[in-house]
Design a protein around this ligand. Structure first.
Ligand code: HPA
Length: 234
């Protein structure tokens, strides 16, 4: 076991889906995986392993924000030998044309988090990028599943509530949406040489002020989950 994950060696698959919400981890395990076992309940940050199309896959809650995600991603890699991590999460659209339910593939993640400076110092602005291999695979799987996706930069904010971030400027530079984790995930992927990707569903749009209702959330999120699982098992 590790500090935050109460699993034994071999309990966790080499590829892990990482939703922020542990109840979404439960939902994925119960609705998409076969032969499911639960390996973690510590802090209610549920983790499950099962099979999808015959391939072993785990799904682990990460919590919100880079600090929480970083704990789970690091322990999955260092203590359980995980090789691929695919975040499945929600994001707030920054581009007016993004509709609730649109699926985004994060090619890179800009951030106001201090983790980059803490790692590289002031002189270098490291660019946290998704794994090109996973990104290509997800793009190809999206075509096969007929799920439209948009690929590009996203913003991983340290604060859900803030008055300082210029969302309009980010949008002018093509940043598609804001969430709170991907820059930390890609940084950890780079550090440990494992493949990382974020697949995001637009749950709200900060420009149009639209929000997902319960029904939309359910169906739209299922597209993202099917895409993430298809990408995971290749
Ligand atoms: N901001 C930050 N994170 C988010 C948002 C948002 O508007 N929507 C979903 N995750």
């Amino acid at each position: 076991m590790s500090t935050h994950i109460d699993a034994k060696q071999g309990d966790i698959a080499e590829v892990v889906l990482l939703p922020g919400d542990p109840l979404r981890a439960k939902f994925i395990a119960e609705n998409f995986l076969a032969n499911v076992t639960q390996y973690n309940t510590v802090r209610n940050m549920f983790g499950y392993t099962g099979t999808y199309q015959g391939v072993r896959v785990s799904v682990q809650g990460s919590g919100m924000g880079i600090p929480s995600l970083s704990i789970y991603a690091t322990e999955l890699i260092q203590d359980f030998g995980v090789k691929k991590i695919i975040r499945v999460g929600t994001a707030g659209g920054l581009l007016p044309e993004l509709e609730i339910g649109d699926v985004l593939l994060a090619e890179g993640a800009s951030t106001d988090s201090n983790v980059l400076q803490a790692t590289f110092g002031q002189a270098i602005s490291f660019a946290p990028l998704a794994s090109f291999e996973l990104l290509c695979q997800a793009h190809q799987s999206a075509k096969q599943l007929d799920i439209p996706v948009r690929v590009g930069n996203i913003f991983a904010a340290d604060r859900f509530y803030n008055d300082e971030i210029d969302n309009h400027k980010l949008a002018q530079y093509g940043v598609m949406a804001v969430e709170m984790e991907s820059a930390g995930l890609f940084l950890i992927g780079a550090k440990y040489h494992v493949q990382t990707l974020s697949i995001l569903t637009v749950s709200d749009n900060l420009v149009t002020q639209k929000y997902a209702d319960a029904k939309m959330r359910e169906t739209a999120f299922q597209d993202m989950m099917r895409l993430a699982l298809a990408t995971a098992v290749v």
